[in-house]
Design a protein around this ligand. Sequence first.
Ligand code: SAH
Length: 514
Amino acid sequence: MTTNSQQAAVRPGKVYLIGAGPGDPTLITVKGMELLKRAQVVVYDYLATPKLLKFAPKDAQFVYVGKKGNVHHAHTQEEINQMLVDHARAGRTVVRLKGGDPFIFGRGGEEIEELCKYDIAFEVVPGVTSATAAATYAGVPITHREYTSSLAFITGHEDPTKDTSNVAWDKISTGIGTLVFYMGIKNLPSIAENLIKNGRDPKTPVVVVRWASTPIQRSVVGTIETIAQVVKDAGITPPALVVVGEVVKLRDKINWFEKRPLFNKRILVTRTREQASELVRLLEDQGADCVEGATIAMEPPESWEELDAALDQISDYQWLAFASINAIRYFFGRLHEKGMDSRDLKGPRVAAVGIATAEVLREYGIRADLIPEEYTGDGLAASMVAQGVKGAKILIPRAKKAREILPETLRENGAEVEVATVYQNVRPKDYEMVREELAAGDIHMVTFTSSSTVTNFLEMVGNDRDKLLAGVKFAAIGPITAKTAKKHGLNIDLQPLTYTIPAMVDAIVDHYKG
Ligand code: SAH
């Protein structure tokens, strides 16, 4: 039993200062992720990748306190400190998410000192700091027995005109093997000058890495005497790390991240929200930078009448045919809603258009009795006809607007076919986002995985084709999708031999290799 006084007191909250890692969201620690998942408030800055925010509870409060370069601070450090104190005192679980490691040039120490003042509970979760990430993702082992046995992290942010420096240039220039400068882009000329003046070999190799570990990573190499000019010519701006030392030579051998086949390729994946993940994951594995643009979204049909009527007499059917994964999901959604399950489908045999569709069926406990050799509606129709469909009662759950080839072919061959609308394609919300991405001219390729993605995409592009699609390449998953594209005047640049997502990704990789 709780006493009145216990009920009245607010249980104090706790602040977790968490390193978000260098940019790739999957580089956060497991502990950081677990804590993020139970945050009530998330306070994050510019360098803590926003891609992590989706892992926090939807109803959490998100506060951006970002600092971008040194131009504009959304909140002062004092305000941030106060915010952490206030939320914790109100009893909330606060995640303070910082780029890289919170205690490495992140002012994490100051925030924690403030919490100590008020006796607020806290924990600190280290993160992968951008220095090690930048070196690693630029193919540089930051230490190596043959090249260096010491390493320093240095801020390059110091005012170079300051007479007395906190950086002991005379000692670090020759006393340390590998030197990594954070925030050093603006002062790069004076950093180089200081190193040379204090005795470091001007020919020492240097790599500068911008947005390390992200799909937009860029790196350039030079020597201490050339790097400032190289960076200027390449137009490299913060955030970037400067890595100085003999270890940089190893990059020629080890540069793994930037050598992935789709590195620096920005690909617009036009799929429905629900489906995009596999394609995106496989493309990202190959180094691509994916923009997920839903050109279609799905909703249940206006009425379930057709399907309900068929389900009530399902044992009268000889075949149940599925030409898409969506049809299966919506079909079973409704079946379960009606208090039925897979055991009620005992009568008919089940046909699936391809292996992916058949795999989804298996999730519902059903093994497909028929999968055609060619994974298209036509292929499915042909295989079913080959089995003999004369007089057979066939149910096809499908989208509101769908190609008629399957039911027509079956009917022509004597089947009694019923189609039941189980979902409909609707216009998604993020049209504008996709248009802006295209207008910016950064997108190298657009992928199409069904005819409706083509038509929806073109509808979105509208009359601005010349402006939005100049130089963009197009990939289609199979012949039907490609044909639809051609019919609408889009030139398909590549198409896999088998009509699956992995095969499509292979074809895209081959395209860029070639
Ligand atoms: N606490 C952070 C560092 C914050 S200081 C950490 O541990 O990484 C900010 C500086 O970090 C930037 O100016 C830049 O030099 C560096 N930085 C952070 N993220 C980076 C990234 N993804 N790529 C390159 N440099 C990065």
